[in-house]
Ligand binder design. Structure first.
Ligand code: PLP
Length: 432
């Protein structure tokens, strides 16, 4: 779509068109895969202006690439942000999100109902940088306020929490971040912008694993961070050095001053991605871009199927409980209707009467479902977190993350819902 379009396109239109245009040199309608490491400069002055951040343009695919630029513009449009940065994985996005904000000795508060890998990243690898996480309870916004100290530089949570079927009260946690004067980062992987736009609920930064629903087909790892353009770096009582200090590697440029409401995305690119290097490949960006075009269709079907499965499981005699915010019986149903009214997503957990052994037996009895450690695929997926994704955590951490011994997690696909339920039915027949 031309930048100057008089249309004000809605979500499904943005999903197909935002950021993309026919290729000006070939007329190719679909965004080409720019499978190149480097880009030729017009002349020495052009090269100098690119390296000095005085002009936008491509130098080297570690930092920018035209296929990736379309993906970035697409996700920024879907999230209502000012700019985005696509990277190699969801974890790389989280790493660069914090790398741009934190100095050694800084703290951030995170709700502990998180993807297991994020708990590991924060507890272990981040400690090597002396970035210190303070854990709060994502279901209790007041616990975030209690964890804030003068060293706190950011607040982090998920919108729909993985794997527990919990919807988080984003506006209440945003209010804590505002009071503390720090940016609010939301991992919106499970909801996707189709179900929830965290910016509307007070987020300043959104991160995603593109590996999941946005790519949607289980074929590529990727991540993105989105700058909502809402945080006032120059007016902050905290000093975010990467954004506000003169940058020695760019002739003393102050990024927040020069780039205004997209300075954070620029900083994550020209410092974090430039120096740490977790670039996404153009080919993965292409596959994820193609996936993004059907996001609204897929999410609507994912949610419809997941609600049917949750409703069926809730009545099954071998199932003790079902955690899915789309169920009227869920304590998070009210929040779901407020935060993501179009649906509660495709990930749900349930508890088996038979505990740990029944969980292991169930996953090995599935025929249509695949037993693997992913979510957000068109295919239905199943895992027993206690024996796999959450294995490295302590019992207490597992319980807090909603991954006790009896818990089974489903990522409900877009197949026919009768077939999905029939597979669960035959597998549950094998379980004590
Ligand atoms: C998968 C996932 C991540 C990590 O993303 P990768 O692409 O696997 O690095 C982070 N957060 C959530 C909620 C996820 O589901």
């Amino acid at each position: 779509m031309p930048e100057s379009s008089p249309l004000s396109p809605k979500f499904a239109t943005l999903a197909v068109h935002a950021g993309a245009a026919p290729d000006p040199s070939t007329g190719a309608r679909v965004t080409p895969i720019f499978q190149t490491t480097s880009f030729v400069f017009n002349d020495a002055d052009h090269a100098a202006s690119l390296f000095g951040l005085e002009a936008f343009g491509n130098i080297y695919t570690r930092i920018t690439n035209p296929t990736e630029a379309v993906l970035e513009a697409r996700i920024a449009a879907l999230e209502g942000g000012t700019a985005a940065l696509a990277v190699a994985s969801g974890h790389a996005a989280q790493f660069l999100a914090f790398h741009t904000l934190l100095e050694p000795g800084d703290e951030f508060v995170a709700g502990r109902q998180l993807y297991g890998g994020s708990i590991n990243q924060f507890n272990h690898s981040f400690k090597k940088f002396n970035w210190n996480v303070a854990w709060a309870d994502a279901t209790d916004p007041a616990s975030f306020e209690k964890a804030v100290t003068p060293k706190t530089k950011a607040i982090f949570c998920e919108s729909i929490a993985n794997p527990g079927g919990i919807v988080i009260d984003l506006p209440a946690i945003a209010a804590v971040a505002k009071k503390a004067g720090v940016p609010f980062i939301v991992d919106n992987t499970l909801a996707t912008p189709y179900l929830c736009q965290p910016k509307e609920h007070g987020a300043d930064i959104v991160v995603h694993s593109l590996t999941k629903f946005i790519g949607g087909h289980g074929n590529s790892i990727g991540g993105v961070l989105v700058d909502c353009g809402t945080y006032d770096w120059l007016g902050s009582k905290h000093r975010y050095k990467t954004l506000v200090d003169p940058n020695e590697s760019y002739n003393g440029l102050r990024l927040a001053e020069t780039f205004g409401n997209f300075a954070y995305a620029i900083a994550a690119r020209v410092m974090g991605l430039r120096d740490m290097g977790p670039a996404i490949s153009p080919f993965n960006a292409f596959l994820i871009l193609t996936g993004s075009e059907t996001l609204p269709l897929r999410m609507a079907r994912h949610c419809e199927n997941a609600l049917a499965v949750a409703t069926w499981l809730e009545k099954h005699p071998k199932v003790v409980w079902v955690s899915y915010a789309g169920l009227p019986s869920s304590p998070y149903h009210g929040l779901q209707q407020k935060i993501c009214p179009k649906g509660a997503g495709a990930v749900l957990t349930f508890g088996l009467k038979g505990g740990y052994d029944a969980g292991v037996k169930l996953v090995s009895s599935m025929m249509l479902f695949s037993h693997l450690a992913n979510i957000g695929d068109v295919r239905s997926l199943i895992i027993h977190p206690a024996s796999t994704t959450h294995r490295q955590l302590t019992d207490e951490q597992r319980a807090a993350a909603g991954a006790g011994p009896d818990v089974v997690r489903l990522s409900v696909g877009i197949e026919d819902k009768d077939d999905i339920i029939a597979d669960l039915d035959q597998a549950l027949a094998n379980v004590e």
